[in-house]
Structures are given as structure tokens and as C-alpha cells.
Ligand binder design. Structure first.
Ligand SMILES: *Cc1c(COP(=O)(O)O)cnc(C)c1O
Length: 449
């Protein structure tokens, strides 16, 4: 193809199909990738070697007119579907009304309405409050600030394989050196790491894994010094690690007994993704604080800390905030997205997608011993690839499968401490037909690898 394709409109007008009309990347994307390489630092990488011009529902259209199936949702963000019509309408109406006042200067209702919705939806029937920020990392930073202020203690425990962001404090909380931390230190002090429950690799029961972590915390840090424990109920970047039953409740109970703030980082697992509004619900835990971002506002930058009113209120006036936190356009998008989660059956849809993904991937695993484990909850499912002889992680195979999928018009993301996991995070708006086409491509790519 030599002519520049007409740019399609996004949203529901885009045909929900995989359509590969050039090599991927095509010539126009190649040109743009060359401009990217010249203008943007190498540290800002990309998964798919394309440039997007439109997206809608479960597809992304590139500059050459290829329509790619989106099994990553821009990292669990466009859960309601890309350019969801109600989100687009809400954003357009808000942007015409006003774009910014700074909530700390002149407050507005939509911020308060998002806070009310989060207070209502987050687990537990205790009194809650919510503060809004721009990114997941910023929410995590603030959750730690709030926990320290409320407890008067400074230490924070995070876990092996955990991911909490790329700012200085959140790099310290994140486990994996390459690519997130290497060379970027020194890191924030008073951050300690405990072992995670990783049933596929440690074989421990939830109770035994929790006892191991709690013993380390008591011996090496001491409950009296500990402000907070922060954990992803299902680890995202770390490899979609689902802890063994009982691990999270045992940790949460220990925190309650010792006055330690239990923070669930639900930036990736939150907002219907796992087939519940919050993944904490699957494990029967009620976190003191919950951080959210990603899926909350359908692609606009918004993040939140929601938690027990007495902990949230411990900070002095002016201690929390930021110029853009809870921007009115992002809040309008979030209110429309929350409405879609609650009223378009998306929680149930996440469950169905999870069953569908699990059935298809388990069939692959039964036929191919290189698929070591299929795990996850709802529309957050992953396959871990291993050497069938030794069980050792196979990052090369994983990268080859992911690359082949993208070349065939299916965007998939990898993850995992060992880089040997392909994660599936489809928009909850995706059709069964589109998902099946995407999974056929994954199966063919694995067979060919
Ligand atoms: C993505 C992510 C973050 C960081 O969010 P950003 O918006 O990229 O700053 C934090 N925690 C978890 C669990 C995440 O998945």
C-alpha cells in the first residue's frame, strides 16, 4: 500500500475485525517509528511497532490501515472499550464547559461524585473517603504518605514480583530491576521486601506463605516501625501471580492486629477487570486503603486513593493534592465509565471472558507442555511459558510468540519477573468472535515457535 489511508473515526463506527493489509509495521508506521526514534528517548519503548490513528471497542487501527485486535487494552485501561460512546460524549460535554480550575482552588461536583462512587464501590461498609490523582504511581505515593501520617511510622513492606510504578518511591516498592530500576537509584529508604505467595513456583499453602512473610516482617522490621504493607491482590507486571488461598486474609489480619495500614494496589486489578469491581472481593479482604487508576477513566489520566475515613483524614489540610489531580475532563470520563461498569453488565462480562480465555488456554496447555500454567481471574488471564523438561522460565519463547502475534495483527503483552508470561487483558467490550480470532493467532504462533 502506497497511498495514505483515510483516517477512520474511532469508537463504535470501527469494524470489529482483524485486518492486515500491509506488513506490520507498514510503510507509514515505519516512517513514524523513524521519527519516534529521532525525537523520543530510547528509554520510552513500545510493544507494537505501529502508530495508532484510531481505536474503538476491541480494535486499534494503525497508520497503514491495519486493524489489530487489542488483547492488552493499553495495559488494562480501556476496559469499557476504546472510545466508548458514553465516555466520548461525557468528555466532549465537559471540555466545552470548562477544562480545569484546579480542585484545590475552585472545587467542582464531578470530583466529589467520583469520590462518592469509589467510597460506595470499594469493599467494606465502613466510612470511606477518596482523593484523586493523575497516575497509578502518584496514587501509590500518596497512599504511603497517608499511611505514614496516620500511623506516625515510616517503614513500608512490598513483595517479591510486585510492581507499583516508576517514580522514585514507587521504583523502590517495585521488585524488578530491569527495566524498571536499573541505574535509576538511589531509591527511597524504609522500603522492605517480603516473599510473595507464588503457588506455581513455591508450592506453599497460603497459610505457610503468609507465615513466612510475617516472620520476616517481624524479625527484620518490627511491627512497631511499620506504617503499611502494600500488595497487588493479583500481581500484574510481576506475572499475573494469584496468591494461594488464605495468603491475603492472613496478611490483612496480621496488619489489623498490629495497627499496620493494609494497602491493596488495585491499579491493574480494579474496576471489573477480574470479574468483581475489586479483586480484593475474591479473597474476602477489606483493605484499609485501595489505590486505583488504569481502568477507572477509560483512557483519561485519573487515579485514586480510597480508604478508611479516619486514615484518609489524618493528613493536615493542604497536605494532599496536586495541580491536575481529579481533572474535570478525567472525572467526566470516570463517571461515564463507572456507569458502564455498573449498568452494561461488564462485571459479568469479565467473568465470561475469563472462562472463555481459561478454556482456550487450558486446551493449549493440555496439548503443549511448554505452557506451564494458565492462571488469573476474570478478564485478567495469563499463560506462563517454561522449558517442559526443567520447568525453567522460557522468556525467548514468550517473546517470539508475542512478536508473531503482533505481526499477525493481535496486540498481546508479556510480563513476569522472568519475562515468560503472556497476559490477556482484553477490553470487556470485546466480542467472542474477535477474542477467538485473536486466540487462534496465539495458538498458531505458539505452534510455529
Ligand atoms: C501500572 C501500575 C502502577 C503504576 O501506574 P501508572 O499509571 O503507570 O503510574 C502501579 N501499580 C500497579 C499494580 C500497576 O499495574
Amino acid at each position: 500500500m502506497t497511498s495514505t489511508p483515510t483516517i477512520p473515526l474511532g469508537g463504535p463506527t470501527l469494524p470489529q475485525e482483524r485486518r492486515v493489509v500491509t506488513a506490520i509495521p507498514g510503510p507509514r508506521s515505519e516512517e513514524l517509528l523513524a521519527r519516534k526514534a529521532a525525537a523520543v528517548p530510547a528509554g520510552v519503548g513500545h510493544t507494537a511497532p505501529i502508530h495508532a490513528v484510531a481505536a474503538g471497542g476491541g480494535v486499534v487501527v494503525d497508520a497503514d490501515g491495519n486493524s489489530l485486535i487489542d488483547l492488552g487494552s493499553g495495559i488494562a485501561v480501556t476496559s469499557v472499550g476504546n472510545a466508548h460512546p458514553a465516555v466520548v460524549a461525557a468528555v466532549q460535554a465537559q471540555v466545552a464547559q470548562f477544562t480545569h480550575t484546579c480542585f484545590m482552588v475552585s472545587p467542582y461536583e464531578s470530583y466529589v461524585a467520583v469520590a462518592e462512587a469509589l467510597n460506595r464501590l470499594a469493599p467494606g461498609d465502613h466510612e470511606k473517603k477518596t482523593a484523586l490523582f493523575n497516575s497509578g504511581a502518584e496514587a501509590v505515593e500518596n497512599a504511603v504518605k497517608i499511611a505514614r501520617k496516620a500511623t506516625g511510622r515510616s517503614a513500608v513492606v512490598a513483595f517479591d514480583h510486585g510492581y507499583h510504578g516508576r517514580t522514585n518511591l514507587t521504583m523502590a516498592l517495585t521488585a524488578k530491576s530491569m527495566p524498571y530500576k536499573s541505574g535509576f537509584g538511589p531509591f527511597a529508604p524504609e522500603v522492605y521486601r517480603a516473599p510473595m505467595s507464588y503457588p506455581f513456583r513455591d508450592g506453599l499453602s497460603g497459610a505457610d506463605a503468609a507465615a513466612r512473610s510475617i516472620s520476616l516482617i517481624e524479625k527484620q522490621i518490627g511491627a512497631d516501625n511499620l506504617a503499611a504493607v502494600i500488595i497487588e491482590p493479583i500481581q500484574g507486571e510481576g506475572g499475573f501471580i494469584v496468591p494461594a488461598d488464605g495468603f491475603l486474609p492472613a496478611l490483612a489480619d496480621w496488619c489489623r492486629e498490629h495497627g499496620v495500614v493494609f494497602i491493596a494496589d488495585e491499579v491493574q486489578t480494579g474496576f471489573a477487570r477480574t470479574g468483581a469491581m475489586f479483586a480484593s472481593e475474591h479473597f474476602g479482604i477489606v483493605p484499609d486503603l485501595i489505590t486505583t487508576a488504569k481502568g477507572i477513566a477509560a483512557g483519561l489520566p485519573l487515579a485514586a486513593v480510597t480508604g478508611r475515613a479516619e486514615i484518609m483524614d489524618a493528613s493536615h489540610p493542604g497536605g494532599l493534592g496536586g495541580t491536575y489531580g481529579g481533572n474535570p475532563v478525567a472525572c467526566a470520563a470516570a463517571l461515564a465509565a463507572i456507569d458502564a461498569f455498573e449498568n452494561d453488565g461488564l462485571i459479568e462480562r469479565a467473568r465470561q471472558l475469563g472462562e472463555h480465555l481459561t478454556t482456550r488456554l487450558e486446551a493449549l496447555r493440555a496439548a503443549d507442555p511448554r505452557v506451564g500454567e494458565v492462571r488469573g481471574l476474570g478478564a485478567m488471564i495469563a499463560a506462563e511459558f517454561v522449558d517442559p523438561e526443567t520447568g525453567a522460565p522460557d522468556a525467548a519463547l514468550t517473546a517470539a510468540v508475542a512478536k508473531a502475534c503482533i505481526a499477525q495483527g493481535v496486540i498481546v503483552l508479556t510480563c513476569g519477573t522472568y519475562g515468560n508470561v503472556i497476559r490477556f487483558l482484553p477490553p470487556l467490550a470485546i466480542s467472542d468472535e474477535l477474542l477467538d480470532d485473536g486466540l487462534d493467532v496465539v495458538a498458531a504462533a505458539l505452534a510455529a515457535a
